[in-house]
Design a binder for this molecule. Structure first.
Ligand code: NAP
Length: 309
């Protein structure tokens, strides 16, 4: 079968489109005929060797995947050949940038039925990240206020929608290119971070500041003033420290997204109920994945790219 993989860490040029052995599902695993995998920034980090995730080489990227079950390992129950599924695959194992991938049976959930199967690869890890950040790390409840910095990106789109559904007031920062998307996702107030002083634009403090953007550490530390005493600062940008304020009881939490089958199933239900929109900005063939990594390394990717197998 065809796959994109890297035999050594390095720049986007280490990715090769090549023939590899079709994987065989071991006990407890299923094999998927891949419909699509999603590109995530962490794929770039793993390929470059920046992320402390112990991948075995050669490694196939693409831990967010959608596809159709085509073989079952021993002992697998509750999943049938022919099922359309999505999964957030274990990041250290081979991913879905291939025609076939094996997945732990407990990682797959039925795909949404109201969107194309390939687009459904855009959902798993990013929507789980938004949920975990808002409600586990942020502990947000109905009636509270969240300020989302970097809301114009992929995680931000899910975070706005999930927060609004939960009855949370959402203040979002965005640049002109993403202001319309942030409004459409349901933000109550949108602040243009390219021409507005954030703290000056707020009509009072928030319970949680959720940062999703690669802002300067000094800016991040200053933004903590937006959070009420006893509130929380939550960040997905794990490459820099999350600031809090001990004197005011403001907690700091850095998100490391975890697989969660029940939650992913709930997210799929929301998609099928029309309560959660999955945005895909580009669909590219597997042969173009190295070019996508190169674009991302140059900082030019906007929105979610899915890679068709
Ligand atoms: N730790 C984890 O488990 C985990 C999981 C998932 C993602 N992540 C990380 O979380 C971050 C967000 O992910 P994503 O997929 O949503 O990325 P993304 O789509 O690139 O979104 C990031 C957004 O940040 C905004 N931005 C850039 N510079 C900014 C600035 N100076 N001030 C305010 N906003 C700024 C951009 O919005 P504009 O449109 O406004 O320019 C961009 O849309 C990434 O760093 C990703 O690697 C971590």
């Amino acid at each position: 079968m065809k796959a994109v993989q890297f035999h050594e860490v390095g720049g986007p040029e280490v990715l090769r489109y090549e023939d590899v052995e079709q994987p065989v599902p071991a006990a407890g695993q299923v094999r998927l005929r891949v419909a699509a995998s999603a590109f995530n920034a962490a794929d770039n980090g793993m390929r470059a060797g920046f992320l402390p995730i112990p991948v075995e080489l050669p490694h196939v990227p693409g831990y967010d995947v959608s596809g159709t079950v085509d073989a079952l390992g021993d002992g697998v129950t509750g999943v049938e050949v022919g099922d359309a599924v999505i999964a957030f695959l274990p990041m250290e194992r081979n991913g879905g940038a291939a025609e076939y991938v094996v997945a732990p049976a407990e990682s797959v959930v039925a795909a949404p039925t109201t969107i194309p199967l390939a687009d459904a690869a855009a959902l798993p890890s990013v929507a789980l990240t938004a949920w975990q950040a808002l409600f586990d790390d942020g502990q947000l409840r109905a009636g509270q206020r969240v300020l989302i910095v970097g809301a114009g990106g992929v995680v931000g789109g899910y975070a706005i929608q999930l927060a609004k559904r939960a009855g949370v007031h959402v203040i979002a920062t965005a640049s002109p290119r993403s202001i319309d998307a942030v409004r459409a996702a349901g933000a109550d107030q949108v602040i243009d971070h390219t021409d507005t002083d954030l703290l000056g634009a707020l009509d009072g403090q928030v319970d949680v500041l959720l940062n999703l953007a690669p802002i300067e550490p000094e800016q991040f530390a200053a933004d903590v003033a937006a959070v009420r005493d006893g509130g929380a600062v939550v960040s997905t940008t794990a490459f820099m420290a999350t600031p809090g304020d001990d004197a005011r009881g403001v907690r700091a939490a850095t998100v490391f997204v975890l697989p969660n089958r029940e939650r992913l199933t709930e997210l799929v239900s929301l998609v099928d109920a029309g309560a959660l929109t999955v945005e895909v900005t580009r669909r590219v063939p597997l042969t173009e994945l190295p070019a996508i990594h190169a674009e991302a390394a140059a900082g030019r990717i906007a929105g979610k790219v899915v890679v068709l197998a």
